[in-house]
Design a protein around this ligand. Sequence first.
Ligand code: PMP
Length: 434
Amino acid sequence: MSNQGTNLDPWYDSYADRTAGLSASEVRALFAVASRPEVVSLAGGMPYVSALPPELVSGSIERVLSKNAAMALQYGSGQGTPAIREHIMQIMAMEGIRGSADDVVVTTGSQQALDLVTRLFINPGDVVLAESPSYVGALGVFRAYQADVQHVVMDDEGLVPEALRESIANLTAQGKRIKFLYTIPNFHNPAGVTLSWARRLEILEICRSAGILVLEDNPYGLIYFDKPAPQAMRSVDDEGVIYLGSFSKTLAPGFRVGWALAPHAIREKLILANESATLAPNSFGQFVITEYLDQADWRGQIDVFRGLYAERRDAMLSALGEHLPSLSWTKPNGGFFVWLSLPEELDSKAMLPRAVKELVAYTPGTAFFADGGGAHHIRLSFCYPQPEMIKVGVGRLANVINGELDLLRTFSGARLGKVAASRPSITTPPPNID
Ligand code: PMP
């Protein structure tokens, strides 16, 4: 709670214990600053919906209202309409998933599916395994249900199976109950990396033998640039994987339509949880999306998004190469994000006010950890600004980083001299070091 420890809220003593887990995410706090027009925001992960021709959507809306208004404006099934669930099966088939539309539950964005799955499985103190770093919105949900989030390291090929094995062994030895592994295998938010096929199989095997459910969150899978991602984990495991998908990145997040494909045994509980949360998912949104998928060239539209985001990814990678050649960053093959590693003496959260003063915003790495990690990392989003602005933004960020390093060196010469000596890679030569 924001006012914890103060008397400002007369209801402070009445809140449930879990309310303490509700706090504004660092990303949210940034929106106000980053939305000033003079700031180049590399912070939020908003899809570039202006690339969606409005007439594609308005045509669908008009047809829904003339053909189907009575149903589209009414409450619907707690599971979602049969028509959209059939379309969702076809979309998932593009990532190798076969199954039954009966096992799909439509939700208010995949964010709500995350909430429902967590509600179904997590008692306070249960362990959720999550990548290190992990999606800020998922961490917020896990915190709200008082889960004990344990991070597992990743490298350029995604989650490291050996580290997962070790983590499971350690936590089990401590008597902890691990309920599920939350993973974003494709074009990770925030890390930008993709889990290799071999690792997908190995991780499924590890979880299967430890009796741990896998929650596969895949909002970016179809936003690939150079080549498609490996097939979904769910494509080879119907019983042990809950798969989450969304129309937010392939169409528009304003519809708030996402879904879960659950193992058959779980599906009924998920529908009940969905009904208790919202009665039914957004009927109008489902009808409009169904009409859009029936009538519009949606595959062509996804190609448009891919081309646009690929160009922005290229702009960001080349600007990083030009302005910060001695740092390292991930090279995403899809999605929205690059994960930048800073020299260890810099703290990305402490540096943010200076960045905003220099008219660039980013998300500090700490937003993506449940355990206070991430101080030496930054998430950079390339989805929203135009390529030229991305270049300007990265140039400003480089000034901030180099300026901070210069300052640190000036004020604590001897101690930082040692650090600098062990990291000869910093771009600008320190001015006042002797
Ligand atoms: N998972 C991940 C990894 C995301 O990045 C997002 C959106 N930023 C979501 C889930 C939620 O998306 P939505 O609710 O719009 O489907």
